[in-house]
Design a protein around this ligand. Structure first.
Ligand code: FAD
Ligand code: N01
Length: 535
């Protein structure tokens, strides 16, 4: 590892975002260093090694598009790639583009302070290093900080506890064990069927049931692979023109409420048979009209009732408190059918909340459930969690955590007024998690890279969002969110899963193409809404 301490850019995080950011900045001939807390690259796919972890967007689409050679040489094995395969892919990218010499692992960035005299960031790590960089790019991830385990008595439990988001590299053997799984989000829904197949007994503790659609996963059909290889450029272009940046979703351009009940049932059944997120594309008003949404939600509830043998369990598993899609839709392999197994039980925490974790297991208001091991699948402090862990200070020493005390404000989800030369990849206020993240990340990294090049050509010292542009963007993000059913769920999109977090809809739901065009237009107008300072 080189010993210099001054860089053109420091990048925090070595996941999908940080790896590509490094590649783009090096292509410009800039000096850049990546700092990553983990012992390896891969971000999400390095940390989330729980059984069943896999992508919920089809593998070919959830991959980089910037290098046709990379695209052509990498062959995905399954329709929805597993975590090990995704991790191999990201390691391959790091090797193929010779990124490792500029990545320092096992190093956490703890502070980033802007120096107004030099227009540079001073960055501190948990290894006691201090670095200086003109630009600081936060590629810290939107789902990279786990929720705190706040159950009383959690530390008293006698057995092992596991967290889906920091699963041990060597795996966990549940053979012969009784296991509690707390949580029923995507991570739980993917892992429960596999844990149940191995353990003696699994008790699932559910606070809110989730909507899940089948993945119909399997090896990629050779005809699909050949078609993709031949028409890759077109599919990539189609993805970039679709609202969620997922080409294979293909939204049907008709409102559900204009269809007859039979037409609706047929459309939902066809999408259910196809699998995955395509379900939400069955009609064009599912996320904007609650009554339309109810028709899709009821279809899924009926499917749950038809899969799960015990009617009382089926009713508990059937979500009724929020519109389908307003929390990220889960994509599963055998989740609902798992509740037909003799060795699986469901505890509805709405009926009997968890009171404490005891040395022997989980105690609800009704009884104690003795278990050998506990799996916490309780989610993330999403979108702002990783930034909140770093002491980030902008102009006048202002702390980001104070600026964001009432919720995050950004311009385009890319920059923050008062924090010059600090970029966020897929930050709050950008489409981010409402998209195929691979597409969202590439668009952000390309924009940031172009902006840095533009600054360099003009020998400018600092760029930052103006307060006026930021305020207008935040108002727009909220306005668009309010035209949809998204704010009706207590989701992590709103911060509602973290006690005390301000309730603000964080991602931008205006659609990927609209957002991208806006970013491009702003850049073409000389970075409208940004203020620049000379060196
Ligand atoms: P991450 O992959 O989260 O990487 C951020 C990295 O930054 C981490 O390695 C972290 O250790 C590091 N870091 C954070 N703070 C610091 C610090 N202070 N100092 C040093 N290092 C730091 N998206 C999709 O579009 N489709 C999917 O199917 C999908 N599946 C997912 C499945 C799971 C289980 C999870 C958790 C998320 C999933 N996502 C999915 C979202 C996923 O996070 C993104 O697709 C993408 O991987 C994000 O890449 P990233 O590089 O921006 O962030
Ligand atoms: O987290 P979650 P996740 N007591 O927040 C429950 C991506 N991802 O890790 O709904 C009891 O969705 C909580 O209950 P409630 C994807 O974007 C993708 O599963 O808040 N329960 C919920 O059931 C996803 O959306 C994949 O009432 C508590 C669960 O824990 C995001 O990551 C796979 C609780 C948390 O669910 C997060 O998913 C995995 C408490 N105190 C993840 N606190 C793919 O499929 C929380 N819960 C690609």
């Amino acid at each position: 590892m080189p010993s210099e301490t001054a860089f053109d850019a420091v990048i925090v995080g070595a996941g999908f975002s940080g790896l590509y950011m490094l590649h783009r900045l090096r292509q410009q001939g800039l000096t850049a260093r990546v700092y990553e807390a983990g012992t390896g690259v891969g971000g999400t796919w390095y940390w989330n090694r729980y059984p069943g972890a896999r992508v919920d967007i089809e593998s070919q689409e959830y991959s980089y598009s910037f290098s046709p050679e990379l695209d052509a040489e990498w062959v995905w094995s399954e329709r929805y790639a597993t975590q090990p395969e995704l991790l191999r892919y990201l390691n391959h990218v790091a090797d193929r583009f010779d990124l490792r010499p500029d990545i320092q692992l096992e190093t956490r960035v703890i502070a980033a302070i802007f120096d107004e005299a030099t227009n540079r960031w001073t960055i501190a790590t948990d290894r006691g290093e201090t670095l200086s960089a003109r630009y600081c790019v936060m590629a810290t991830g939107v789902l990279s900080v786990a929720n705190d385990i706040a159950f009383p008595g959690a530390e008293t439990f006698r057995g092992p506890t596991w967290r889906t988001g920091s699963w041990p590299k060597e795996g966990v053997d549940f053979t012969g064990q009784t296991v509690a799984v707390i949580g029923t989000g995507s991570s739980a829904i993917q892992s429960i069927p596999l844990i149940a197949a191995e353990a003696d007994h699994v008790t699932v503790f559910q606070r809110t049931p989730n909507f899940s659609v089948p993945a119909h996963n399997g090896p990629i059909d050779p005809r699909v692979a050949a078609d993709w290889a031949q028409n890759r450029a077109r599919y990539r272009a189609e993805a970039r023109e679709s609202g969620f940046a997922i080409g294979m979703v293909q939204q049907f351009d008709k409102p559900a409420l204009e269809a007859t009940p039979e037409e609706r049932r047929a459309a939902y059944a066809e999408r259910w048979a196809r699998g995955g997120f395509s379900f939400l594309g069955a009609f064009n008003d599912l996320i904007t009209d609650r009554a339309a949404n109810d028709t899709a939600a009821e279809f899924v509830r009926d499917r749950i009732r038809s899969i799960v043998n015990d009617p009382a369990t089926a009713e508990k598993l059937a979500p009724k408190s929020f519109p389908i899609g307003s929390k990220r839709l889960c994509v599963d392999t055998g989740y609902y059918a798992t509740f037909n197994r003799e060795n699986v039980a469901l505890v509805d925490l709405r009926e009997e909340p968890i009171e404490a974790i005891t040395p022997a297991g989980v105690r609800t208001s009704a009884r104690e459930y003795p278990v050998d091991a506990i799996v916490y699948a309780i989610g993330f402090d999403a979108m702002t969690g990783a930034l909140g862990k770093i002491d980030i200070r902008g102009r006048g020493g202002a702390a980001l955590k104070d600026r964001w005390a009432a919720g995050p404000s950004t311009y385009l989800g890319l920059m923050i007024a008062g924090f010059p030369n600090l970029f966020i990849v897929t930050g709050p206020g950008s489409p981010s998690v409402l998209c195929n993240m691979a597409v969202a990340i590439e668009q952000h990294v390309d924009w940031i890279s172009d902006c840095i090049a533009w600054m360099g050509h003009r020998q400018l010292g600092a760029i930052e969002a103006t307060e006026a542009a930021q305020d207008a963007w935040v108002a727009h993000v909220n306005e668009v969110a309010d035209t949809t059913v998204y704010p009706l769920a207590n989701s992590w999109y709103l911060g509602a899963n973290v006690p005390g977090k301000p309730r603000v809809f964080m991602p931008y739901i205006g659609g990927f193409p609209v957002y991208r065009d806006k970013c491009n237009e702003i850049a073409a107008k000389g970075y409208e809404g940004f203020a620049v300072t000379s060196s």
